[in-house]
Design a protein around this ligand. Sequence first.
Ligand SMILES: [Zn+2]
Length: 110
Amino acid sequence: MSQLWSPPGVGPGGQAPQEKSCPYCLEQIRADAMRCRHCRTWLKGNPLQNEWYRSSEGMIAGVCQGLADQFRVSPTLLRLFFVLTTLFALGTGLVLYIALWFIMPRPPAE
Ligand SMILES: [Zn+2]
């Protein structure tokens, strides 16, 4: 990794450096970066406007893990949610899971 960090106020041409701290891992990233290159977290705007990528590390289709990554919550909690809504809400959880499976793209190749 090349060292791109510069102290605040010492940007090129006297301008403020076009960098900011990632809110998740606190590494310096480009101010207009959509995704942190250190922790791979999507940053820009409302999370609902971002792509929800399935995780390649999930148990079934990576839906729960992908959602967990997106919303910074526990994947176990999401799996519990899907199981409970499947059992007690006429299969809603299962339908939702399969729907998300289809609409959530695979993560981009790194
Ligand atoms: Zn980060």
